[in-house]
Design a protein around this ligand. Structure first.
Ligand SMILES: [Zn+2]
Length: 426
């Protein structure tokens, strides 16, 4: 297996706007554009009243994080978590300074009180957190056309349940994939190696770690470069981390969210083994640190926005293998894009016999919210209604045996995601 040279990958990763910014040559260090990272650090220090920020690319002792959350949630949580008054607020949302060590406990409190996971956003800088007080920009409307039937027929036939089961089994074998634990870091390295195999013999495919300035777990990005319009990007993926009360507790996270990462893997495998080459670029991402405030996807979506990356659509895969409700797939309607959700429903009708419905999280429940917040059209096809999701998540009992060692339900999401990729990246 091989992981493509980080410098080369970073150039592809951040290279889209370099041409538009004549005279500026990105300066990379461990996958981070140093100039931009330093700029962000300076802004961070200024806005945080002179705090020294973590240096990019190498996790330092954690400096405070800035959490934005619904004001109405605060009263139900342990008051000891909130050491200081909010630093800013609007009618519904407040921003708090937090010790990163308390994030696991905050996530646990949110889950116990509201079944929200995590139910708040955590940011490295106050500046980024303050953006949550503003209304997100609306993405431009687009025409969705479904016309890849002949091409998709052969590709869809290759999607396999066994391959999804195999990746769920490997990921859930880690004691946990918590964002700050050793096994959380190891699971990311393992996935980088696994995905690195897809780049062999394919110069248009590269795999890179997205290093986060404030924590050790890396997000994993596989880029399939578009043959005709590489500057247009489709993002697909789900979070890699898992949690069960924080820290180093056992958290196999078979459904939440080894299932979503495994579905993402299956889409890559199917497309690669079909010899498929997209016209637009597709970035498959396993996000770090979702469970502690959408931190991985928050970093990446903000970096894309800052770089002016033209994201055509984002598909979030989070919990796909527990059939808790009568229909097969439920599209979450809040913090997502209605037009793209309708397009996904049509894809289900066109390419499968599955039945779909709609449901609501009631808050920014997963990584799609980070993309929505940055003005990109994002969707979450979910395993059940939000009220009937897998009752074992965030516990040591979120294991594959709860679904009989099978991935029949997740298979439906893999088929939908393959159709989404091919119809959008044409
Ligand atoms: Zn999840």
């Amino acid at each position: 297996m091989r992981i493509t040279n980080v410098l080369l990958v970073s150039t592809i990763f951040f290279g889209f706007t370099a041409g538009a910014n004549a005279g500026y040559t990105p300066d990379f260090d461990g996958g981070i554009d140093v100039r931009l990272a330093i700029q962000a650090a300076i802004e961070s220090a200024a806005s945080a009243g002179g705090l020294v920020p973590a240096m990019p690319g190498r996790p330092a002792p954690e400096t405070p994080v800035w959490v934005s959350m619904e004001k109405s949630d605060v009263g139900a949580l342990d008051g000891a978590l909130f050491k200081r008054a909010p630093v800013a607020q609007n009618k519904n949302i407040a921003v708090y300074e937090f010790d990163p060590a308390d994030l696991g406990q905050l996530a646990d409190g949110m889950y116990r009180a509201f079944h929200r996971a995590p139910g708040y956003f955590a940011h490295d800088t106050l500046e980024a957190a303050l953006q949550d007080l503003e209304a997100p920009p609306a993405p431009p409307s687009r025409a969705y056309i479904i016309d890849q039937g002949p091409r998709l027929k052969g590709i869809l036939a290759r999607v396999k349940e066994e391959s999804i089961v195999s990746v769920i089994t490997s990921l859930s074998a880690y004691k946990n994939r918590y964002y700050s634990s050793a096994t959380g870091v190891d699971s990311s390295k393992w996935l980088q190696q696994l995905w690195g195999k897809f780049a062999e013999g394919r110069p248009d495919i590269s795999v890179a770690a997205f290093k986060h300035a404030s924590f050790a777990q890396e997000s994993v990005v596989l880029t399939m470069l578009g043959a005709a319009e590489p500057e247009k990007v489709i993002v697909m993926g789900g979070h890699l981390d898992s949690v069960a009360g924080g820290g180093d507790n056992p958290a196999p996270g078979a459904d939440d969210n080894a299932s979503g990462v495994s579905v993402t893997h299956e889409v890559i495998r199917t497309l690669v083994e079909s010899g498929y080459r997209p016209a637009k670029t597709i970035k498959f991402i396993a996000f770090a640190a979702e469970e502690v405030g959408l931190r991985g996807s928050g970093d990446i979506a903000a970096a894309f926005k800052k770089q002016g990356v033209a994201v055509v659509g984002m598909l979030n895969l989070d919990m796909a293998n527990y059939k808790g409700s009568p229909l097969d797939i439920y599209f979450i309607t809040d913090n997502t894009n209605a037009d793209q959700n309708a397009f996904l429903g049509k894809l289900v009708d066109t390419y499968t016999d599955y039945k779909w419905g709609s449901s609501k999280c009631g808050y920014g429940c997963s990584d799609h919210a980070s993309w929505t917040k940055n003005g990109y059209p994002a969707s979450l096809p979910f395993e059940s209604t939000f009220a009937q999701y897998n009752p074992f998540i965030h516990k040591a009992t979120d294991t594959l045996d709860k679904t009989g060692g099978r991935a029949e339900h997740a298979l439906k999401f893999a088929r939908l995601a393959v159709a989404y990729a091919v119809e959008l990246a044409k």
